[in-house]
Design a protein around this ligand. Structure first.
Ligand code: FE2
Length: 275
């Protein structure tokens, strides 16, 4: 991975949608940037780095086009992307075709592959469905709520768990388990409301996301850069981690054959679609 985190700073979240986003994830309001892979070195024009210049996208298609334009440059402003995603006013008519629910687990549904620079996907959460505690494979994760409200619990990396080692793709699973019983340290808990957008990466910590409602479904829009297909998930009680493959329930509105044949990924409990 060639991501480089520069200057993260947590701030309270009031998104440009005007809704209060009570969240622990920092909004990187003071110059958080990262390098997008595969692009020639270029500074983005001010229109893609200064959030005050953002004109809210009129549609999901317009949001996706602007994201393509932003990620065509090497230097990515976290605050810009986060504010841009928050500024899109959720319209179910525009994303309904991607929203596929499964009664047993939450689903990941690819919307756009971002020219290889990012993956944009809808996650669909039935009542009370949630993820396990997970990392993000050294990727950058933006999470916008399109419908409902989600709860985000933040955790510290477990003691004796080498973060770099946990993300070593060549590492031996047995070697990486530390054998301790230290458990997971919960740092914070918050809710992200409709249209607000959170952000997390592995330097910030680990998280677990769930739909806390037993009545309403929730839908979230996630952008990951760079894309990844594996992450680490953690046992809250012991802090031990295992590698989980992340899969798509559907791509571009069509059910994926992989998902049809292997509904439950192997590695990571019954709620294994971590991201
Ligand atoms: Fe996540």
């Amino acid at each position: 991975m060639e991501c480089e985190i520069i200057n993260e700073r947590p701030v309270d979240g009031r998104c440009s949608s005007g809704e209060v986003c009570v969240q622990s994830a920092p909004m990187a309001a003071n110059g958080g940037h990262f390098k997008s892979e595969g692009n020639r070195a270029s500074r983005p024009p001010a229109m893609y780095s200064d959030p005050s210049t953002i004109v809210p996208p009129a549609s999901l298609s317009e949001l996706i086009q602007t994201l393509h334009d932003v990620f065509a440059h090497e230097d990515i402003s976290i605050e810009y992307v986060q504010t841009l995603m928050a500024s899109y006013k959720s319209n179910p008519r525009e994303w309904k075709k991607f929203a596929k629910f499964d009664k047993h687990r939450y689903t990941r549904n690819l919307v756009d592959d971002g020219n290889g620079k990012f993956n944009l996907m809808l996650l669909c959460w039935n009542e009370a469905q949630g993820s396990s505690i997970h990392s993000h494979a050294n990727s950058h994760c933006f999470l916008k709520v399109l419908d409902g409200t989600v709860k985000e619990e933040m955790f510290e990396w477990p003691e004796n768990c080498d973060q770099a080692e946990a993300m070593d793709e060549d590492g031996d699973e047995a070697d990486r388990k530390d054998g301790s019983n230290s458990g997971m340290q919960k740092r914070d808990e918050s809710q992200i409301v409709k249209n607000a957008c959170g952000y997390i990466n592995d330097d910030i910590g680990l998280h677990r996301v769930e739909n806390p409602s037993h009545v309403d479904k929730a839908v979230t829009l996630h952008l990951y850069s760079p894309p990844f297909d594996e992450c680490e998930c953690f046992d809250e009680r012991t802090g031990k981690h295992t590698t989980a493959k992340v899969t798509f329930w559907s791509k571009f509105g069509k059910r994926t054959p992989f998902g049809r044949h292997r509904n439950v990924p192997i590695s990571c409990t019954t709620e294994a679609e971590n991201n």
